[in-house]
Ligand binder design. Structure first.
Ligand SMILES: CC(C)(COP(=O)(O)OP(=O)(O)OC[C@H]1O[C@@H](n2cnc3c(N)ncnc32)[C@H](O)[C@@H]1OP(=O)(O)O)[C@@H](O)C(=O)NCCC(=O)NCCS
Length: 166
């Protein structure tokens, strides 16, 4: 087959992103994502392992070619209809394309599936991107945890009332 002419446009193949429940064999990719995303307060491999095994947590991943490029973790507790979005991250080169929103939607769906009516979360007060994501998705700020993070940064608390199922 002849070599393509130098001026021929290179084909652009957009691989779709899907969101699915995380599996145990995603562990390596989840740890790598965590390390490349967060400088402080990182989850260790051990913590990820615990969340993947936990019956009171849901871990969802956005995947391309079945490889995680984003993840979210939701915690559930007995006796309350408030779910907690514990973590959400999208690989740096993949941001701004709706993956964070897709993960947030999946996290809310996971909460609803367990009878959750509200989702709460904490976010660094200097994390404008994450606050924009939450506010666009209907979360409202309702408080502050002063000096919540290891470096002394405050956390803003957000909450969303989930629509009733159906
Ligand atoms: C926060 C994060 C998950 C967002 O993921 P993302 O895939 O880039 O987000 P999306 O493309 O789905 O954007 C969703 C909305 O958030 C807003 N948003 C996202 N990044 C933004 C930015 N840097 N500045 C302003 N708004 C932003 C967009 O306006 C978008 O709303 P729109 O589509 O209605 O315009 C991603 O930036 C990330 O992984 N950051 C590092 C980890 C982190 O901070 N996690 C949150 C800890 S609480």
């Amino acid at each position: 087959m002849p070599a393509p002419a130098a001026s021929a446009p290179s084909p652009i193949v957009a691989t779709p992103v899907q969101v699915r429940r995380a599996r145990f064999d995603d562990l390596g990719a989840l740890v790598a994502l965590e390390q490349s995303t967060f400088a402080l307060d990182r989850m260790s491999a051990r913590q990820w392992r615990r969340h993947l095994r936990s019956t009171s947590a849901d871990v969802v991943v956005a995947v391309r070619d079945d490889r995680p490029i984003g993840a979210a973790v939701v915690f559930h507790r007995r006796g309350t209809d408030i779910a907690r979005l514990y973590s959400i991250a999208v690989a740096a080169g993949e941001r701004g394309g709706g993956i964070g929103r897709a993960l947030l939607d999946a996290a809310e769906q996971a909460a609803r599936a367990r009878g959750g009516r509200r989702v709460r979360l904490e976010v660094r007060s200097d994390n404008a991107a994450a606050q924009a994501l939450y506010e666009r998705a209907g979360y409202r700020a309702f408080g502050v945890h002063p000096a919540y993070y290891k470096d002394g940064a405050d956390a803003r608390r957000y909450e969303k009332l989930l629509a009733a199922p159906g």
